[in-house]
Design a protein around this ligand. Structure first.
Ligand code: ATP
Ligand code: MG
Length: 260
């Protein structure tokens, strides 16, 4: 790993790149993962690489909806596990829900590799301090987060081929799905099954962002860390206006000139 000085203005972004490069080398990412990441970086630059106000509201709303769900699940792909895996394990422990590895370009090798990385992350989180406000046996709670995906025994109707595979204890029976970095087709299919789909996507104009129930327009690792804080003190869901939230993100982007 190349050492990046603490004061470097692009430190967080460069470290995320290094993590992605390392994960690609280990065979954990699809070939197109770097392209998706680069597209995200471009939007993040325009947002000022910070959690904007409308994203903070979307984060609180997401935490509230996860708390209120009957059968919540967190669906993750390679980029998400690599960039935000540990905070999503924390979030799953707080909510008490499974994490399902579900890939657009599914291979058994990559699913296996991501599940074992998540298993290591779960062990690390279990040995860490509990989030502030947590009462109870944190270690046991974390170690009991189910990590699903190796045996997909369910399906997402409306999709065909390997992309339709999912787990019956995860996405199939879920009423609320948190799915960072989802593809537009799958987001639409999950919505048409009547599920609430909560997404994290830096592009406010993607089909995913526009179709989701709640869209957090933020970088996945920043959003996951804020979700952990928000889930510890979650309120109740509101009547959410997602279009307004997307418009606010777009207006921050179109005001990016003020960053100069
Ligand atoms: P859609 O399928 O929803 O129309 P798309 O095909 O344009 O979107 P994909 O390639 O499916 O995009 O997914 C990549 C998306 O993930 C992009 O919109 C990109 O902005 C977003 N993205 C990439 N990296 C991150 C990240 N680290 N945090 C948040 N979002 C990200
Ligand atoms: Mg897509």
């Amino acid at each position: 790993m190349v050492e990046i000085p603490d004061g470097h203005p692009r430190k967080a972004s460069l470290m995320a790149r290094q993590r992605m490069v390392e994960a690609a080398r280990m065979g954990l990412l699809a070939e197109s993962a770097m392209i998706a990441h680069g597209r995200g970086e471009a939007y993040d630059y325009l947002l000022g690489e910070r959690t904007i106000e409308s994203a903070s509201r979307a984060i609180s709303e997401t935490a509230a909806r996860l708390h209120e769900a009957q059968n919540p699940v967190i669906s993750v792909n390679g980029n998400t596990v690599v960039l935000a895996g540990k905070d999503l394990v924390r979030l799953a422990a707080i909510i008490g829900c499974p994490i399902e590895v579900n890939l657009y370009y599914r291979t058994d090798e990559r699913i296996g590799g991501l599940l074992s990385l998540l298993g290591e992350q779960r062990e690390e989180v279990a040995s860490d301090f509990a989030p502030s406000g947590w009462v109870g046996d944190w270690r046991n709670r974390v170690l009991s987060v189910p990590l699903l995906g190796s045996e997909p025994d369910g399906s997402i109707s409306g999709l065909e081929g390997p992309r339709s595979l999912c787990c019956s204890d995860g996405i199939e029976r879920a009423d609320v799905v948190l799915v960072p970095l989802e593809d537009g087709d799958r987001c639409e299919a999950l919505i048409s099954l009547g599920k609430q789909v909560l997404v994290i996507d830096l592009n406010p104009l993607s089909r995913t962002a526009r179709n989701a129930t709640v869209t957090i327009v933020d970088e996945v690792s920043r959003a996951a860390s804020e979700l952990v804080k928000s889930a510890s003190e979650a309120g109740s869901p509101t009547e959410w206006d997602n279009e307004l939230c997307l418009r606010e993100a777009l207006s921050v982007i179109s005001d990016a000139g003020s960053l100069i």
